[in-house]
Write a protein that binds this ligand. Structure first.
Ligand code: FMN
Length: 175
């Protein structure tokens, strides 16, 4: 009797799992189909800038790519104290609604300043609160002031002096 009950329970469990798999499958298929049908190929440049440098870089990029551009607009008056607290405690920014439908764009290029060796809180918040970035190709470009924050950007290596001298001499010999 005990064996029959155990077998029945097992069969019931297997049926449940099978039904679950059937229920999940269409959902997964729909997602795969949505990704396959996603043929968005228009780039979008998104930027946050407090003092104008990231805006300059974003605008140059937009002009070069001939694409749309959108600003991340903070509702807060961001000063040094706010930046310090945001970066120390990973605080979120409060932002105006973003006017673009990100699913219509690919790739999405985000331009932001570095604050205290981290991506600015407005850019971090934008990424965090836009799950529709999932499935896009996302590039992050940062503006910064000093070399020691080079964890986010490789500085070009200086060319060896010797090579410069020999280049100069061959130029003068040719002329
Ligand atoms: C509070 C604060 C912290 C900063 N921290 C860094 C840093 O860690 N590393 C760096 O290279 N630049 C740092 N900067 C410089 C900015 O990243 C740089 O000036 C940036 O280009 C400013 O962009 P924006 O003009 O678009 O706001 C900091 C600037 C501020 C105001």
């Amino acid at each position: 009797m005990h064996a029959i009950r155990t077998t029945a329970a097992l069969l019931f469990l297997i049926c449940l799992l099978a039904c679950g798999a059937v229920a999940v499958a269409p959902n997964t298929e729909q997602r795969v189909a949505a990704i396959a049908a996603d043929n968005a190929t228009r780039p979008l440049v998104v930027y946050y800038s407090r003092t104008g440098k990231a805006r300059l870089a974003a605008t140059a990029l937009k002009n070069r790519l001939g694409c749309d551009i959108a600003e991340i607009v903070s509702k807060r008056d961001i000063g040094i104290a706010t930046i310090t607290l945001d970066q120390m405690f990973d605080r979120d920014d409060a932002q105006e609604p973003f006017p673009h439908d990100l699913t219509r764009y690919n790739p999405v290029i985000i331009v932001s300043p570095i604050w205290f060796m981290k991506l600015s809180s407005p850019a971090r918040t934008f990424i965090k609160h836009h799950p529709d970035l999932r499935g896009r190709d996302v590039y992050i470009i940062t503006t910064q002031a000093v070399r020691w924050s080079g964890k986010t950007m490789q500085s070009p290596r200086p060319r060896p002096k010797k090579a410069c001298r020999s280049e100069a001499s061959s130029t003068s010999a040719a002329s």
